[in-house]
Design a protein around this ligand. Structure first.
Ligand SMILES: Cc1ncc(C[n+]2csc(CCOP(=O)(O)OP(=O)(O)O)c2C)c(N)n1
Ligand SMILES: [Mg+2]
Length: 458
């Protein structure tokens, strides 16, 4: 009796007319009266003219399906979310599936994935050689990145974490808005970087491709994407906000706030989790106890899909479907891509310290590796061979070397505007003072600095 009274009373007093009617309905039911003999006698008087009620109605407000049980069982299992896959380990499409691209389109996308793989390795190496200060690799995630880049709409806004180079380059190369040159300008902090070299390398920004500036504090981009998707919805726009994050970033409070906000308000947001097994040195088993990240999408009431991120076709098909659902039905979708971070976390990390080499060799087997699996598909169809692979890798390396040579010698933005401009709309007195102090310091001590790297002082 006791738990029921407050519910019914509160419903009558605070939920307004509609709820009050419903509670009356409940009282009118003989079944209801029987099951609640004591409390109903005390709380309500029945009316013979009211329609038959459904007693479970009172519990519906907060639940999807209302089922009662008299078994006192604590739940420990939830729905199993399968991993969507269409390309088998042998590079053959599973029954009933066709490639979502023509042969020439498949080749173009495969070549792109290989280029990203080669370029990414070279960017890692130039950091090892001390030519840039920092880098984060994309090895192992090329298939899902290329697939997502292909599936998104051109007007979408991208809220990236940092390991999404393939998404950005695929989009950017379609109209030359974000190219290898832009990547290098950012990594070398040249004056060609729209961020003026103020951000850590890999914090790309590019308005033309809808890329919001990547920033270091994890998951801050995810609530932004939830809000951005809500704005698209309010404006009736056919585009999505796309939040990228790792499974580690999904442990931040921001993730949960963003998911709930988007699910309740039905933001046009895609929540794209790259579940690559590690958050720096923290393996997934120490990151969460649940069934991956996808289950959280369902628990927030969001349409959800889990995908084999090393299957290029499945990643494309799933993202395309999720995107259409998101913009056509105006609601968020959660996607979890299962993959493996083949490289170190970043150039500040040595993954040999915390993970077994054997784990890596499992993920680089030809059937599992993201690039090798698509290559098997192409070879099975007589579209690719070793000679073509070698030539492509050589060409990719050559073109990147040329680009590096060009960009490496570009100067960085002049020191004073580089440090002090753009922070405030109207520069306050204390920044003016600091600017002047810095100017005087450089005048007196410029011989101690390598000024050749900058466009000047002013
Ligand atoms: C708020 C915050 N906490 C910690 C860090 C340090 N940090 C940078 S990357 C990272 C791991 C993220 O792992 P995950 O989200 O799985 O992405 P992955 O690197 O695997 O792609 C951590 C802990 C940070 N940048 N911001
Ligand atoms: Mg991770």
């Amino acid at each position: 009796m006791t738990p029921l009274r407050p519910i019914v009373t509160r419903a009558c007093s605070t939920f307004g007319k509609a709820t009050a009617k419903r509670t009356e309905k409940l009282v009118a039911s003989p079944a209801w009266r029987q099951s609640l003999t004591f409390s109903s006698q005390r709380t309500f008087s029945a009316s013979a003219h009211q329609p038959k009620p459904d007693p479970t109605d009172v519990y519906h407000a907060g639940l999807r399906n209302t089922v009662f049980t008299n078994e006192c069982e604590i739940s420990s299992e939830s729905q199993t979310i399968p991993i969507f896959r269409v390309l088998g380990y042998d590079g053959k499409l599973q029954a009933g599936w066709q490639p979502p691209f023509s042969a020439e389109e498949c080749l173009e996308r495969y070549r792109f994935m290989v280029r990203v793989n080669v370029w990414d390795m070279m960017l890692y190496n130039i950091q090892r050689q001390g030519r840039i200060s920092f880098y984060m690799q994309n090895q192992g995630e090329e298939a899902l990145q290329t697939a997502i880049g292909n599936a998104l709409g051109k007007d979408d806004h991208l809220w990236c974490q940092y390991r999404e180079l393939g998404v950005l380059l695929w989009r950017g190369l379609q109209n030359n808005a974000f190219t290898v040159t832009n990547v290098l300008d950012q990594l070398f902090s040249t004056a060609g970087d729209p961020g003026k070299g103020r951000q850590m390398p890999i914090s790309y920004t590019n308005k033309e491709t809808g890329l919001q500036t990547i920033c270091t504090p994890l998951t801050t981009q995810v609530p932004h994407a939830a809000g951005c998707g809500y704005a698209f919805k309010l404006n009736g726009e056919k585009r999505a906000a796309v939040a990228f994050f790792g499974e580690g970033a999904a442990s931040e409070g921001d993730f949960h706030a963003a998911m709930n906000f988007a699910a309740v308000l039905k933001s046009q947001t895609l929540f794209v989790c790259r579940n690559n097994g590690y958050a720096i040195s923290t393996p997934v088993k120490d990151q969460y106890a649940g069934d991956g990240i996808a289950i959280r999408g369902l628990s927030y009431g969001m349409d959800t899909i889990r995908v084999d991120g090393n299957d290029f076709f499945a990643s494309y098909i799933a993202t395309k479907k999720a995107w259409e659902l998101c913009v056509n039905e105006s609601k968020p979708v959660c996607l979890e891509f299962m993959t493996y971070r083949l490289g170190h976390h970043s150039t500040s990390d040595d993954s040999a310290q915390y993970r077994p080499a054997q784990e890596m060799s499992m993920w680089t087997q030809p059937g599992i590796d993201a690039i090798a699996r698509l290559r098997s598909f192409l070879e099975n169809n007589g579209l690719w061979d070793e000679a073509k692979e070698e030539e492509l890798r050589k060409e990719a390396k050559h073109s990147m070397l040329q680009e590096i040579k060009q960009v490496e010698n570009r100067k960085s933005v002049a020191i004073l505007p580089g440090i002090f401009d753009d922070v405030y709309d109207v520069e306050p007195w204390h920044i003016k003072e600091q600017r002047e102090e810095c100017r005087q310091h450089l005048k007196r001590n410029s011989q101690h600095y390598d000024m050749t790297k900058f466009q000047g002082i002013e």
